[in-house]
Design a protein around this ligand. Sequence first.
Ligand SMILES: *Cc1c(COP(=O)(O)O)cnc(C)c1O
Length: 407
Amino acid sequence: MFLVTKIKAPVLTLSFRLGDQLQAVTILNRTMSSRSSNPGSVVAPYTPPEWARKLQYVPSYKLDLSMHHTPVHKWNIPSISGGFRLSIKRDDINGGPLSGNKVRKLEFLLADAIYRGFKHVITAGGVQSNHCRATAIAARQHGLQPHLFLRSHTQNPHMLDCVGNLFLDRIVGSDIYLIPQRDRYERDIKPKMQRLADEIQRKHGERSYLIPIGGSDQVGLFGYITQFQELIEQGVMNRFDDIVVTIGSGGTACGLAIGNYLTGSKLRIHAICVCDSPVYFHQHISDILDQLGLSGVKSEDIINIIDGHKGRGYGISTEEELTFIASVANTTGILLDPVYTGKAARGMVHEFAYNADRFQGNRILFIHTGGIFGLMDGRMEAVMMKEESMGNKVYDSIKISMFNSTE
Ligand SMILES: *Cc1c(COP(=O)(O)O)cnc(C)c1O
């Protein structure tokens, strides 16, 4: 794959001998000498957990973009049946604008781009992509120009709105290229990204780092290999039987499954699809296992991919799904998003009720992968206005006597 060449550049070998700190400084200077007005945090050498060292590819560098060791706590969704005890791992609060699972992937992807001297980052996703938003913000913070290919209903820039993730993409000055909804990544989008990179190279003599949809390649994957180590440190192995996560492009679930497999942990990993199919994801994960030199194991052996909860399709919401999100928010204070975690959490609750045997035990950890800005893309409003169903009450204080008594 084009993204991952094993770099054995002289600088790298040399700086290993110079020691970690000096190496970090060298890279910082290199970043600052670009057009960057804000060097952001420092690219530092990455040491993988012991159990991940045998992988054929291990990134050499990592950026610190988010808070780690996010909380794990109980999550009492009222409607849960079957004696399941649910907890939640809060990767939705690992940062502000830079929050969610994509940030963990970007810690490796952008480190790779910065270390290798790229000046532009090109990626793609839906018009409300969390991945694109996180990439754009992190790229800007580190002096790289973000270019986003966004699948959109309209190809007319003047018809484009400015809410949710897209607002953030725009405020940090991304170059946005609208592409049709039906465009497929390998067939249509990747060639366009490559053409843009060639054009930038020709015009400005600067190189562009291409990140696939969702950042789910073998570099980005390390975000969740690292998270698995964090889970171990948080004692999750003994406290839970099953982990449930959303799967959209596969990197998050794949990283967790690899961690679970390599450490010999007894947890079972379940991934709930919000797009594509289990066949597609097993193939994608098997390819990554091959690339990492784990060809003895198949995706089917290390992860359970659950279908049946996509609803009307990727990014499309039903009123029931939005109502579920609102009711979880007004009973537990946890904010799910309409594209990923809302569907996955609703699917999980459904599985508790109708397919309880799928789980090894009843101590379940749901990994919240973020998506807060997608919740504010405008689609929840109609549901919230139905105040009686949502428990959100708005009063006209003039008509309430206790506020108007003269005593
Ligand atoms: C992208 C995303 C996912 C899916 O993660 P993948 O690694 O792409 O499978 C889940 N939740 C949220 C909020 C996301 O943005």
